[in-house]
Write a protein that binds this ligand. Structure first.
Ligand code: OOG
Ligand code: MG
Length: 268
């Protein structure tokens, strides 16, 4: 495990990069940093957001589908922390200048009715779910060219940058194999299924419960869990309307607005 000063230094650099939409060069291209240290950096960078007043609202899972593992060349399931400042209201416009080089991916979101911690079964996880919804994640790696190693992406909060949630639905329906599409300006760019998420999206929630508890931050009632991208991610650009369409659960979308340099410099 790295020293506290080192963890704090990297956390500050990553937090500043995310806040100011500045890209960084890779700091561990040979992946020598222990994952425990990388997660400590992530935790410290999110603490800075929370200290600025952003509430913790849940967790996100990464590399839970083969499509995402292949696209990014990494094969370990990772997780990151969600804060209120990352949520984008469904149907609204997001300013592109918040990001460095954003991509979007279709996901399934859970919201919990009660806490969920440690080693749980699929049925136990389901019993803690209040509702499920189609969702989009905006990922924006803070590293140049969206290129990183496993410790680097973990330290960078698993590239998490924004998320959009559609209408919540009763979870007591089969959602293990729902067809879905990722669309930009009415054009379908990716086709997939919720089955891409570890064979069943509940497995992603089971993994989230275990990993969050291991970090002493057990999943709370009211928290959102993003189950991971079901297809490869796509780049987004100003002027676009981006949406996920999911069988039976409907749609979630957002507009991308071109930013001004003023908006960027005013951002805190
Ligand atoms: C890392 C984050 C992966 C997912 O859903 O698999 C992720 C990245 O691709 O930049 O969010
Ligand atoms: Mg994702």
């Amino acid at each position: 495990m790295g020293s506290l000063a080192m963890i704090d230094e990297y956390a500050t650099i990553l937090d500043d990069a995310a806040r100011n939409a500045h890209e960084l060069t890779q700091f561990d291209p040979n992946a020598t940093m222990p994952l425990e240290t990388a997660y400590a950096i992530q935790a410290a960078s999110i603490r800075r957001r929370v200290q600025r007043g952003e509430a913790r609202v849940g967790v996100k899972m990464g590399f839970t589908s083969r499509a995402k593992m292949l696209q990014m060349g990494l094969s370990d399931v990772i997780w990151g922390r969600l804060t209120a400042g990352m949520q984008i209201e469904e149907g609204t416009a997001v300013d592109i200048s918040r990001f460095i080089h954003p991509r979007v991916e279709p996901e399934l979101a859970f919201i919990l009715r009660r806490p969920l911690a440690g080693t749980v079964t699929g049925p136990e996880a389901l019993a803690a779910v209040e509702a499920i919804a189609p969702a989009l994640e905006i990922i924006d790696s803070r590293y140049q060219n969206f290129k990183f190693t496993l410790p680097e992406v973990i330290a960078d909060n698993a590239s998490s940058s924004g998320f959009v949630i559609g209408t919540w639905h009763d979870p007591h329906t089969d959602f293990d194999n729902l067809g879905l599409t990722l669309n930009i300006d009415g054009r379908t760019l990716q086709v997939g299924s919720t089955a891409a998420l570890l064979g069943h999206p509940l497995r992603s929630l089971v993994a989230a419960a275990r990993l969050a508890a291991l970090a002493n931050e057990p999943l709370q009632a009211g928290w959102i869990v993003m189950a991971g991208g079901a297809t490869p991610a796509e780049w987004i650009k100003p002027g676009q309307y981006v949406s996920v369409e999911m069988q039976r659960l409907g749609r979630a979308g957002f507009h991308v607005r071109s930013g001004t340099s003023t908006a960027k410099s005013l951002r805190t």
